[in-house]
Design a protein around this ligand. Structure first.
Ligand SMILES: Cc1ncc(COP(=O)(O)O)c(C=O)c1O
Length: 368
């Protein structure tokens, strides 16, 4: 087989500032190249055991944390199969949260939308009104809607959901996890999931999740859970620090390395670093006559979704930044492609590493 040509290899020099996958450090990539081990071996159990306490700290849970060799959608679908019986309310405010309705229906479940306009946050009052109908025994929420840059009011929504003990609270923290505190147990979350390629700055292909005791009980009452994403299989295997099927061991090596960095930096510093780099992007938006796509007061700290109120040619802007400066930003997702553009600050980025990007945005705007 021919090796990739130099054009393909050149893409490696482009630094990613899209909202996932994000830039993966050489240290993380090197960690992935450690010798392979058997997934039923004591070496693997030791590896899983080594990452376990750090993951419980990040999830702020006493519950088991599971490693799934899939992208986040696997767990999102698995959550529906394992936890929905009567019906699920899908909170929808952007491309990823909207898609969950479709996925719920494809899993054969009764599902209803709680739709708000893209750019707006989910209203806890509306959640209450829907759950009060008694038609639902599960709800899905995307904490940080990556397509619009909206950070939903998780705490306020959790206070509503917990008034309904039969309702499973399923929360996607794919693009917020580890960038700000999310206290799974205190918030009464029944299933919390995330992916590897966002703020954790690992390559795509691994997802992490945790589930409450109530979630295990619900799963045990439901059939048709399948195998690959069966919550009870994950639980049984995790009791012995194993996974139901052969996991992406290189990713778990990378996770171990990353957890070491996260706790060496300290969680408070890490959260503050994300807030600080995010503020820098916000300042750029304000200084350059742009507006935010997301509602004030509900803005993501890991990415910025910029409204194209200046009506620039977003595709040309993104291309210029890539070709002339070697940075990749995103030209808008789904139906807001071209009407928005998105800049990520999640992962390993610092004020120092964000500044060249912001300078490139300014320079590329001048020639727009
Ligand atoms: C908030 C959110 N949820 C879910 C997903 C789906 O993740 P994946 O494509 O890794 O399955 C994404 C992807 O960007 C996302 O941003």
């Amino acid at each position: 087989m021919a090796l990739p040509d130099s054009k393909v290899l050149m893409t490696k020099t482009i630094k990613l500032f899209i909202p996932g996958p994000v830039e993966v450090s050489p240290k993380t990539l090197t960690a992935m190249t450690q010798p392979m081990i058997g997934h039923r071996s004591s070496d693997f159990k030791a590896l899983y055991r080594a990452v376990y306490p750090g993951l419980q700290k990040l999830f702020e849970t006493q519950q088991p944390v599971f490693l799934s060799t899939s992208s986040a959608w696997g767990i999102m679908e698995g959550a529906i199969r394992n936890l929905v019986n009567k019906g699920v309310l899908n909170c929808m405010c952007g491309a990823f949260s909207d898609k969950w309705l479709d996925v719920s229906k494809r899993c054969g479940k009764r599902a209803e939308p709680l739709q708000v306009e893209w750019g707006k946050a989910i209203d806890p009052g509306q959640v209450n009104a829907q759950l009060a109908t008694g038609q639902f025994d599960a709800i899905t929420l995307i904490h940080n809607e990556t397509s619009t840059g909206v950070l939903n009011p998780l705490k306020e929504i959790s206070q509503v959901v917990r008034k309904y003990p039969d309702v499973m609270f399923i929360v996607d923290t794919v693009s917020s996890f580890s960038a700000l505190p999310i206290a799974m147990d205190d918030l009464g979350i029944d299933l919390m999931l995330t992916g590897s390629q966002k703020a954790l700055a690992l390559p795509p292909g691994l997802s992490l999740f945790s589930a409450s005791q109530r979630a295990f009980e619900r799963a045990s009452q439901l059939g048709d859970r399948g195998y690959y994403f069966d919550l009870l299989e994950f639980k049984k295997n995790a009791e012995e620090f194993m996974t139901p099927s052969t996991p992406a061991i290189p990713h778990i090596y990378a996770l171990q390395s990353k957890l070491g960095e996260i706790f060496a930096e300290g969680l408070e510093h890490r959260y503050e670093r994300h807030a600080q780099t995010n503020r820098l992007v916000h300042e750029w938006v304000n200084a350059n006559g742009f507006e935010f796509f997301s509602q004030e007061g509900y803005r993501s700290v890991t990415l910025t979704c910029v409204r194209n109120n200046r009506e620039i040619d977003v595709a040309a802007f993104v291309k210029r930044i890539r070709e002339e400066h070697g940075f990749q930003i995103d030209g808008g997702y789904g139906k807001v492609k071209g009407k928005t553009f998105r800049v990520s600050n999640m992962g390993d980025e610092t004020v120092e590493t964000m500044k060249p990007l912001l300078a490139a945005l300014t320079a590329s705007l001048a020639s727009a």
